[in-house]
Design a protein around this ligand. Structure first.
Ligand code: MLT
Length: 262
């Protein structure tokens, strides 16, 4: 079932209607649909909520002037709309940036944390310049050429070769989003805070997942977070790069199911 918060954020509920929900926060520049395999597997036993970040999927884009701060406000809006006091936050990449800032700003709303293919460090100067160039090229040439390059950079070589359906799914999801939404998120990621100093203050059990071949948010960044978050466990997902939930859903889902049960 889909609903919208008063701020225009579309959210979707699956599985049991009671209990602490697992809230799935998607990566850039996708939508909640990237979690299809997780929703199917995990909602048989757990309450699952997925939502579209502002500017993506069925959510409103607003002014297009985006910030990770506003994305955290929107996440809290989803929890408020559902009258959820505490949730298990699970974010992949940009979703992880949102989850990390959410636990820093609102620790009382987080019961557990799952950080997938993400990092606490802010963008380097080089990465900020790359984002600015991406905004210019999307505004000039449209989303498709960007989507094709993006997909090449986030999937393992083996996935690109042997799972063309994943490439298709990603391109399809990306091309459904708007230029304004995608460019807004690029600027938001470039301007995000560094959450590294807040990691030792995370007091909840935390699972960190990373694809063994992730080049964007590599295993070394995940190891660094695991070293700083007191109650954390790091799991490396084999046969996957940055989109570990899509590239190896069986192992990814099993790690989350085990963590939820523990
Ligand atoms: C994502 O997968 O959400 C983004 O690629 C993350 C990023 O560009 O920093």
């Amino acid at each position: 079932m889909s609903s919208k918060t008063p701020a225009g954020i579309a959210y979707f509920e699956f599985g049991p209607t009671q209990g602490t929900p697992l809230v799935l926060i998607h990566g850039f520049p996708l939508s909640h649909a990237m979690w299809d395999a997780q929703i199917k597997a995990l909602s048989t036993t757990h309450r699952v909520i997925a939502y579209d970040i502002r500017g993506f999927g069925a959510s409103d884009v607003g002014t297009g002037q985006a910030s990770i701060e506003f994305f955290v406000d929107d996440l809290m809006g989803v929890l408020d709309a559902l009258k959820v006091d505490k949730a298990i936050l699970c974010g992949l990449s940009m979703g992880g940036y949102i989850a990390l800032r959410a636990v820093e700003r609102h620790p009382e709303r987080v019961e557990r944390l799952i950080l997938c293919d993400t990092r606490s460090e802010a963008d380097s100067n080089e990465a900020k310049v790359k984002r600015a160039k991406a905004v210019q090229s999307i505004q000039k040439d449209g989303i498709e050429p960007f989507a094709k390059e993006f997909v090449k950079g986030v999937l393992a070589a083996k996935t690109l070769e042997s799972k063309p359906e994943i490439v298709k799914i990603l391109i399809h999801q990306i091309s459904k989003n708007s230029v304004v939404g995608i460019c807004g998120a690029l600027i938001a990621m470039a301007a995000r805070t560094d959450t590294t100093e807040a990691l030792p203050k995370i007091k909840v059990p935390t699972l960190i997942l990373v694809g063994e071949e992730d080049k964007l948010t590599p295993p070394d960044s995940a190891r660094k977070m695991a070293g700083l978050i007191p109650q954390s466990k790091l799991e490396i997902i084999p046969g996957a790069a940055h989109m570990s939930n899509l590239e190896n859903p069986d192992v990814f889902n099993a790690k989350i199911a085990g963590f939820l049960k523990a």
